[in-house]
Design a protein around this ligand. Structure first.
Ligand SMILES: [Zn+2]
Length: 70
């Protein structure tokens, strides 16, 4: 995970709840905003909005939690 080495993972709140990793139950994440590519946007019928997803990468196991704009 060389991309994330310079950052300190943080706790993340989603909808007022503390985010915990689905896999290992860790509560520290690196955050990234990711531009959705066309294929993914089409899959979610979001071609018209060119969405940016919030990505939180578990600092322990690397599992990526994706959140689309709602
Ligand atoms: Zn994890």
């Amino acid at each position: 995970m060389g991309l994330f080495k310079k950052e300190i993972p943080e706790q993340v709140t989603v909808c007022g709840l503390m985010l915990r990793c689905e896999i290992c139950k860790n509560d520290l994440f690196w955050s990234r905003a990711a531009q959705m590519n066309t294929a993914v946007a089409t899959f979610f019928s979001l071609d018209w909005v060119n969405p940016t997803a919030d990505c939180f990468v578990c600092a322990n196991c690397g599992y990526v939690h994706w959140f689309l704009p709602v």
